[in-house]
Write a protein that binds this ligand. Structure first.
Ligand SMILES: C[S@@+](CC[C@H](N)C(=O)[O-])C[C@H]1O[C@@H](n2cnc3c(N)ncnc32)[C@H](O)[C@@H]1O
Length: 261
């Protein structure tokens, strides 16, 4: 996509949240409108690149930890463009289902990941839990624990769409012993800037809503939190061996929880 040649059926005119995120992470799968909007966000929060990297580093530590604990099935919703360090690249011997609702993400993911027998790419919308789980169950065994990843995604779900209700629905559909790996941008950590960032995303494919810690706590209700609980991404079990050198920008709250028996 470096040539900005637009594949059929794809709108390059509207800034796209997946491709803006790819731009923050240094990827090449983005168009001029994505870069322009992403640059506006960068002018408000230059550390957004670091924030994206720190969130992805958390995701990687979380799945490595869960893999060590024996979890061998992963459902990654809003998986994004496979810029670097996707779940199946950092763990081995596990089945991974990537779900996204963006046609560019799906095309790229299928092209890059489709040949691995343990990796499946599915179209799906986080806001339709039953449909997502039903489709994923064609590949994953929902009579055994599954790790559900909802990373850097829920702030693209509006209040009217009831993000807490959506996450609780997944919780109810998951078997006991399953895990939820969650991050969410919190205005508590960027109080004066969240509204300016929301204004840029109003013209993008999804609006952006930062949410306070109290909402994050509600999202994790019904899960037993793994140590260290709800923290900013850099504080969740940092690992000097695998983490990138410390980067400024950490606006996501994160947690890993386990559904009890
Ligand atoms: C900021 S990216 C995060 C990517 C990845 N999870 C990560 O943490 O690096 C958000 C992703 O969620 C996808 N997305 C947005 N709304 C969605 C929805 N309702 N259902 C499924 N995917 C969605 C976007 O297409 C994009 O790929």
């Amino acid at each position: 996509m470096m040539s900005d040649r637009v594949p059929p059926g794809v709108s390059a005119a509207v800034p796209n949240v997946a491709r803006m995120y790819d731009y923050y992470l240094g990827g090449k799968d983005n168009f001029a409108s994505d870069r322009e909007a992403a640059e506006k966000v960068l002018s408000i929060i230059p550390e957004i690149r670091g924030d994206a990297r720190n969130s992805r580093a958390f995701l990687q530590r979380a799945v490595r930890h869960l893999r060590q604990e024996g979890v061998d099935q992963y459902l990654d919703i809003g998986s994004g463009l496979p810029t670097a360090g996707h779940v199946h690249e950092v763990i081995e011997g596990a089945k991974v289902v990537y779900v996204d609702n963006d046609s560019v993400v799906l095309t790229h993911s299928r092209a890059l990941l489709g040949h691995s027998p343990d990796v499946t790419v599915q179209e799906g919308d986080l806001r339709r839990p039953e449909a997502v789980v039903e489709r994923a169950a064609q590949v994953l065994d929902f009579s055994r624990p599954v790790a559900l990843l909802v990373v850097s995604l829920l702030h693209f779900v509006t209040d009217e769409e009831d993000p807490v209700g959506i996450v609780h629905r997944y919780r109810d559909l998951l078997p006991a012993g399953s895990h939820l790996v969650l991050t969410h941008v919190a205005p508590d950590t960027m109080p004066s800037k969240a509204d300016d960032v929301s204004a840029v995303y109003r013209n993008a494919t999804s609006p952006f809503t930062a949410r306070r810690r109290s909402v994050f706590e509600a999202l994790m209700e019904g899960f037993d939190l793994l140590e260290p609980g709800i923290v900013n991404t850099r504080e969740w079990r940092p690992d000097r061996d695998t983490d990138p050198s410390p980067i400024q920008g950490d606006y996501h709250l994160c947690a890993v929880g386990r559904k009890p028996a």
